[in-house]
Design a protein around this ligand. Structure first.
Ligand code: G3D
Ligand code: MG
Length: 183
């Protein structure tokens, strides 16, 4: 008789943080291309997206992702936005230095302030397809990731679809590992 493996199911809420126009919505859209976008609540100022990912045959994860609609002034909905959040993608734009500087001074600070301490984050340098406009070198990204103790660093292009799935999976696997699940 075949052995049946127990299926483990998880639901994680994650967020994508970073300055306006770094590509947060584009990253989410890329990652969720084939998936369901439900609960669109424009009045909340946030778009709530869900996607199911199978990490292994026996480990299923449902991701609930909040995308801020429009401006990055989320004061009003901040507590809802961060509540129950397990992790974040911290995104900067490799063609704009200020978006890189603001990771530490603003987005990581907010993450730490509003999300419980065990929350994990992956640092992302987006728009690497714009090679001629790049001002933040890969090494700088790596250094920052180390300094802020990000669990990983990865460079992406939401435009070309480069490393998008990888970025989200790195975050999910780190969250699972924090829950004592080894994949
Ligand atoms: P945000 O949600 O962080 O505010 P968006 O950012 O996803 O709305 O993206 C802002 C702009 O950057 C968009 O251009 C989008 O197409 C572009 N963009 C996002 N990711 C990439 C990328 O990897 N490469 C390039 N070249 N552009 C990207 P528009 O012109 O629509 O404002
Ligand atoms: Mg957006």
């Amino acid at each position: 008789m075949e052995e049946t493996k127990e299926i483990r199911e998880f639901v994680f809420k994650i967020t994508v943080l970073g300055e306006a126009a770094v590509g947060k919505t584009s990253l989410l859209n890329r990652f969720c291309e084939d998936s369901f976008q439900d609960d669109y609540k424009p009045t909340l100022g946030a778009n709530i997206i869900r996607k199911d990912v199978n990490i292994e045959e026996s480990t299923k994860v449902r991701l609930i992702m909040w995308d801020l609609a429009g401006q990055e002034k989320y004061n009003v909905i901040r507590s809802m936005y961060f509540q129950g959040c397990e992790g974040a993608l911290l995104v900067y734009d490799v063609t704009r230095y200020n978006t890189f500087d603001n990771i530490k001074s603003r987005w990581l600070r907010d993450f730490k302030k509003y999300i419980r301490k065990e929350g994990v984050y992956v640092l992302i340098g987006n728009k690497i397809d714009l090679t001629n406009d790049r001002v933040v070198p890969t090494e700088k990204g790596k250094d920052l990731a180390e300094k802020i103790k990000a669990s990983h660093f990865i460079e992406t292009s939401a435009k070309l679809g480069e490393n998008i799935e990888e970025a989200f999976l790195l975050l999910v696997k780190q969250i699972l590992s924090n829950h004592g699940v080894n994949v």
